[in-house]
Design a protein around this ligand. Structure first.
Ligand code: SF4
Ligand code: SF4
Ligand code: SF4
Ligand code: FES
Length: 984
């Protein structure tokens, strides 16, 4: 600690602390327009000038040092601050009362007020540019842009999309997209970082414009007239009077604008943010300090919320009548469900009924679904869609280290010296998490190895890109492991102390020579040696993987191979290390954590353990079934076999997201009774007997658990649409109609029950999760949680991890003369899964209107295919018709099709082959025939899609170029000492 004197008083600072952080922490007020703690010092505004030993310095760029004495309010400092602000105002019209950004938190407004600037010395000058409205989600007004560069810093070094720059050498600098094209034609991925950090109204969400203020919705001509009036009175009244009016108007806005914290409903990163709403209109999503995401969002979390108020929402229960449906009352629908389930149970037994929970629903809802299955219906036939993606990763971790979750946090991934990404299109599937890797690589020298079939963004950024043959990751991972062992490049001390099973594991590696790996995977031996050397040399290694690993017939084994590799290299138990299966859906982790699994009660407590069952039986006052139930894959087979006769499915478009969709649909049509609960009438509803209208995440309370095991609360932003009910209420209604007597008034009561029965969640409570607080399980009764697992021991018998021996088998589904091409598939940044939610946001639909198949340039030439050519893809299981996109993202005879289609879903082509350990379908093992059709359409990726853009990577704002301008001189009359940049 250091003692630092500020304005005569001594304050305690930490060594290396930024002066501006110390000043803010000490609650001393100084202006700081361009500084944002999550961006670090940009040094473009000069408003944070303070005096140290007679010299003026920027507080944001100064590191505290022993003996420093700082004056924040000296005449010299104050003159410099005011001069700097005056320059800013020459770039910005203060028309606050009619500005949608004047909500009490505008940095430019508040700084002008704080410095009591009454009149501008330097007059406002317009810039010779038009407002850019070419992005559907936000607009840029160059005339309001103060050139602080926050947006550029955020885009270059937080999001690392590298779209934005400022043309400092131009007579009229402005922010540029891709060096100077309209936003809508640039590489901008609409993540929203730039808008979130803009300190004024230069960048604003379109959804705010004309809606936030009382006067801002006036016609443009009237507004411009009012702006002229405001400017007209300024010379006489000064800004003080204008600010008093705008402050009163901003206070009035608070009475009608609600800010409600929620957690993103899309991917498993777990971004949290405030939703600003006026009645049912979403003004904006504001992220500022989410524990997982900080200021970050992606296009979906920031903008894709139009499904909430979609006219297509289900608002009444529906009951099948012949080939159609009729609207029904809740009581009628619930009574019918109770009667049919009771009849089927009486006739065919409880195991003739299956329940499928949702990874989009809350933890509390998952818990109630499995309680309904077990305690009310009396079956363990309960599962969730982690069966389709995440179960193999969990199995691999159960086998080796004990907990089925990421071993650390996103911050550990950022700290790692080396990140290995296997089978994950992270920049599109987990966009905000990917930014942490991109930033660490760009700014802090992190190394990145990517193994993937596709040359996606992370592959292009990688230091080493491996392009193995489909489904062969297990081989190269095992060969690298063997090479490390053979060359004594492993951490023997760590293995001796913490790992069992080394000898048996070594024996299992015998077939995995580099030569075999090179031959079967198609990776040169030297590249494999390089990968091994990079892993051995790195102090801290994290391995990330996703569906490119798990959705294979050896998904569990490949996940195990990853964990084995981490164990032999000692990459567990320390910050910056570990295994990170990237969970796909917002609550796919929580759905399994809370017991929607056929073999586990909440907290992965086995159903066949009598002690555990006894605890739940005492808590629920019932007798529980003791044999493992059917998973969702087995349930479909059991329907075909006539064993399962009724299904209750919530929040899952199962008939197109399950593999071999034709087979699944056929099975659903054979059910005696089928209840589907959702917010839209999807494809699966067509098979239902009863459809129940549920409420989306913004219309309910509860918790989600993200990929880093982080439990976070979501609050009700809107009341449920009339006629809809939150899922937890519906499940309770169904349970009570079937004979239970549940009386939950609020999800917090359900969480209290979960905590009382589940040691892993013993200390979880709504009080501890208040606001932006979060907990990463396991959580002890005293509320202490574990951001990093295994710091004391592994969660295995004896506290030791276990190396799990593996062997290799060829996948059952292989190309042949007829089905000669390999079809890969996965997510697209703009859409979530099949697109049921995201297609309902017009801007998303505009940018990515349809699915497509990616074809390599060489294959396109061979088959005479152009971007836009229609093709038929035919597999052994079905056929779809799509347009081609010719791109070098795919190579040779490998195709790629994103999942986002309801009309041509990829799963019409996938098979029923599964990973034998978890029954996860081998979605990624598809062989197809491609028939070229005569029609050529437009490109399925319109010109406004970011993939056509040309980013302009640079160091950041590059403010030094501003300082080199002939018209720039530091504000204030004394010497300015500029210290070097240092990142946060
Ligand atoms: S990618 Fe687009 S929205 Fe995201 S920070 Fe860059 S310019 Fe802004
Ligand atoms: S658009 Fe960028 S440079 Fe302009 S004021 Fe906003 S954040 Fe600053
Ligand atoms: S989709 Fe994922 S990355 Fe995007 S905002 Fe939501 S949680 Fe964050
Ligand atoms: S806050 Fe802008 S230069 Fe320091």
């Amino acid at each position: 600690m250091l003692g630092i004197r500020i304005d005569g008083l001594v304050h305690e600072a930490t060594v290396g602390e930024r002066l501006i952080d110390l000043i803010n922490r000490s609650e001393i007020k100084i202006p700081q327009v361009c500084y944002h703690p999550q961006l670090g010092p940009i040094q473009s505004c000069d408003t944070c000038m303070v005096e140290i030993d007679g010299a003026l310095v920027r507080a944001c760029a100064t590191t505290v040092s022993a003996g420093m004495s700082i004056k924040t309010k000296s005449a010299a400092a104050n003159d410099a601050q005011r001069e700097a602000m005056d320059r800013i105002l020459s770039n910005h019209l203060l028309y606050c009362t009619v500005c949608d950004n004047s909500n009490g938190d505008c940095t430019v407004h508040n700084t002008t007020k704080f410095l009591a600037i009454e009149h501008q010395e330097i007059p406002f000058r317009t810039k010779p540019y038009e407002v850019d409205n070419t992005n559907p989600f936000y607009r840029y007004d160059p005339n309001q842009c103060i050139l602080c560069g926050r947006c550029v810093e955020a885009c270059q070094n937080v999001e690392v999309n590298e779209t934005l720059s400022i043309n400092w050498e131009d007579p009229h600098p402005r922010v540029l997209w891709d060096g100077g094209v309209p936003i809508g034609e640039s590489s901008c991925v609409s993540c929203g970082h730039c808008i979130t950090v803009c300190p004024c109204n230069a960048l604003m969400e379109t959804s705010m414009l004309g809606h936030a203020g009382f006067f801002t919705g006036l016609p443009k001509s009237t507004l411009e007239g009012m702006i002229d009036v405001v400017k007209g009175i300024e010379p006489e009244t000064g800004y003080g009077a204008i600010f008093r009016i705008s402050a009163a108007e901003a206070a009035m806005r608070h009475s009608r604008i609600r800010r409600t914290k929620t957690v993103c409903t899309y991917c498993g990163v777990g971004c949290s943010f405030d939703l600003w709403t006026k009645d049912r209109h979403i003004l904006k999503v504001e992220s500022f300090d989410g524990p997982a995401n900080g200021i970050s969002t992606c296009i979906k979390g920031k903008f894709a919320w139009d499904h909430i108020n979609s006219a297509d929402r289900l608002t009444k229960p529906l009951i099948r009548e012949g080939d159609g449906f009729r609207e029904a009352t809740w009581e009628e629908a619930l009574s019918l469900i109770a009667r049919r389930l009771s009849e089927i149970k009486a006739k065919s037994g409880p195991d003739s009924i299956g329940l499928i929970s949702s990874s989009k629903c809350t933890n509390e809802e998952s818990y109630l679904m499995q309680k309904l299955a077990r305690a009310v219906i009396g079956t363990n036939n309960i599962d969730n869609c982690s069966r389709y993606c995440q179960s193999p990763a969990t199995a691999g971790l159960f086998r080796t280290v004990g907990y089925g979750g990421d071993s650390g946090s996103i911050s550990d991934i950022a700290q790692a010296d080396l990140v290995v990404i296997v089978g994950s299109n992270t920049a599109e599937s987990h966009p905000v998490l990917a930014t942490r890797v991109k930033r660490a690589q760009k700014l802090h020298g992190q190394k990145v190895i990517v193994s993937d079939l596709r040359e996606h963004e992370m592959a292009r950024r990688a230091d080493v890109f491996l392009h193995p043959q489909p489904g062969t990751d297990l081989i190269w991972l095992s060969a690298v492991s063997r090479y490390l062992i053979d060359h004594h490049l492993i951490k023997s001390d760590f293995i001796d102390q913490w790992v069992n099973g080394f000898d048996e594991y070594c024996k299992s590696l015998e077939p995995f020579t580099l030569e075999f790996a090179s031959k079967r995977c198609g990776i040169p031996v030297d590249t494999l040696k390089k990968v091994a050397a990079m892993i051995a040399e790195a102090e801290r290694v994290c391995i990330l993987w996703a569906m490119g690993v798990t959705q294979h017939s050896q998904g569990s084994d490949t996940s195990t191979a990853i964990s084995n590799l981490l164990l032999i290299t000692g990459n567990y138990m320390r910050p910056g290390t570990g295994a990170y299966p990237l969970r796909g859906h917002n609550n796919v982790q929580g759905a399994s954590d809370n017991g929607s699994m056929p073999n586990n009660l909440p907290g992965y407590q086995s159903v066949d353990d009598p002690e555990i069952r006894a605890r739940f039986e005492a808590g629920w006052k019932v007798t529980l079934p003791s044999t493992k139930g059917l998973d969702n894959h087995q349930m479909v087979d059991a329907i075909e076999q006539g064993k399962v006769k009724a299904i209750y499915l919530i929040g899952e478009e199962m008939s197109i997201v399950d593999s071999n969709a034709n087979y699944v649909g056929d099975a659903f049509s054979k059910l005696e009774f089928f209840v589907v609960q959702d917010i839209f009438f999807g494809v699966t509803c067509q098979y239902a007997d009863v459809v129940l209208p549920a409420a989306p995440s913004l219309e309910k309370e509860g918790t989600f658990t993200s990929t880093e095991r982080r439990i976070q609360r979501l609050y009700e932003v809107f009341e449920p649409l009339k006629g809809c009910r939150p899922d937890w209420q519906i499940i309770q209604d169904v349970a009570n109609h079937v004979g239970a007597s549940w009386h939950y008034q609020h999800p917090s009561e359900i969480m209290a029950e979960i905590a009382s029965l589940t040691p892993m969640f013993a200390g979880v409570s709504y009080e501890r999760l208040e606001g932006y607080n979060s907990l990463q399980w396991p959580v002890d009764p005293d509320g202490s949680d574990q951001a990093l697992l295994y710091t004391k021991e592994f969660f295995m018998p004896g506290g030791k991890a276990r190396l799990f021996p593996l062997s290799w088998q060829e996948a059952p589904e292989q190309p042949d003369a007829e089905f000669d091409l390999h079809l890969n598939n996965g997510r697209l940044l703009e859409h979530f899964h099949e697109g049921n939610l995201t297609y309902r946001t017009a801007g998303v639909r505009e940018k990515t209107p349809d699915t497509f198949v990616e074809v390599s340039p060489e294959l396109a030439q061979e088959r005479g295919i152009k971007t836009g050519t229609w093709v038929h893809l035919t597999s052994r299981y079905g056929r779809v018709r799509v347009r081609a996109v010719v791109t070098d993202r795919v190579h040779g005879r490998q195709l790629y099709m994103p999942m986002n289609s309801i009309e041509s879903p990829i799963n019409r082509l996938t098979s029923s082959h599964t990973d034998p350990v978890t029954h996860t379908p081998a979605f990624k093992e598809v062989s197809v025939h491609m028939g070229v059709l005569p029609e050529i359409g437009d490109s399925p990726l319109p010109r406004t899609n970011s993939r056509w853009g040309h980013p302009t990577p640079q160091r950041g704002v590059e403010v030094d170029r501003k300082w080199q301008r002939a018209d720039y001189h530091p504000p204030g009359s004394r010497l300015v000492q500029i210290q070097g940049r240092h990142g946060p």
